[in-house]
Design a protein around this ligand. Structure first.
Ligand code: PEP
Length: 253
């Protein structure tokens, strides 16, 4: 295995409370342990907005960053009841933000809105975790590549700073189901997505592309065979510090 930087990004969804600040010590310990063995890694916890200020103030570990899970598509301030802009999220301490998650798409996000969100989050100097992926119906209709291509082309553009963008391929049929892709199909998708991003952003360097969908401590080792994977977006299993730590351990061992 090469000495590449691997992201382990937790998506807590609408779960969590301040008592869980304790869990970050365990994550920091495992991150440091592998860094000492020259396994470069980065842990990000994307938590509910209500916890961001508390977690960012009480997180003393550089190995761990705090992120949000969505924002409003308009920048700054405005009459949008119940919403928060990217800059407001940044001000309370977030460094990363998930955008385009399939659960947010179900709630009204579309490629056009996500494009605005990406721009406003980049303007707020947040690092984007931009989720793409096909539904089961689309997969069965053999539309995986065309769906992904459309999502990428309609939400990204050449003006986006590639160093502030992480793409997360998350097949919708895999999220929370226990089903993961066939590894040789996944490799093909990763090669395709990387090529598409390079074309859209007009970059030569390989973009950061991570996988999300039912990753756990039992199946993580399978993914290490795909060299194009730069990390993982982990939902359910990231809420348990033990499971999250075991994912990292089992990835490397
Ligand atoms: C997610 O919601 O981003 C996700 C990957 O969830 P899970 O790991 O639970 O499938």
């Amino acid at each position: 295995m090469t000495n590449k930087l691997v992201y382990f990004i937790g998506n807590w969804k609408m779960f969590g409370d301040i008592s869980q600040i304790k869990s970050i010590k365990l994550l920091h310990q495992v991150s440091s342990k592998f860094k000492k063995k020259r396994k470069r890694n980065k842990i990000v916890l994307c938590i509910p907005n209500s916890l961001i200020n508390f977690f960012s103030k009480n997180n003393k570990y550089k190995s761990i960053s705090i992120g949000a899970q969505n924002c409003h598509h308009k920048e700054g301030y405005g009459a949008f009841t119940g919403s928060e802009s990217a800059s407001m999220i940044k001000k309370v301490g977030a460094e990363y933000i998930i955008l385009g998650h399939s659960e947010s798409r179900l709630d009204g996000d579309n490629n056009k809105k996500i494009k605005m969100k990406i721009q406003s989050a980049l303007n707020a100097n947040l690092t984007i975790i931009f989720c793409i992926g096909e539904t089961l119906k689309e997969k069965r209709a053999k539309k995986t590549f065309s769906v992904i291509k459309k999502q990428l082309r309609e939400s990204l553009n050449i003006k986006n700073n590639p160093r502030k963008i992480i793409i997360a391929y998350e097949p919708v049929w895999s999220i929370g189901t226990g089903n993961i892709p066939n590894m040789s199909e996944l490799k093909k998708i990763f090669i395709f997505v990387k090529r598409e991003i390079k074309k859209i952003l007009k970059i030569k360097k390989s973009p950061i592309l991570i996988y999300g969908g039912s990753v756990n401590d039992k199946n993580i080792a399978k993914f290490s065979s795909i060299s194009e994977i730069n990390g993982f977006l982990i939902g359910g299993a990231s809420r348990s510090p033990k499971k999250f730590v075991d994912i990292i351990k089992n990835y490397y061992t």
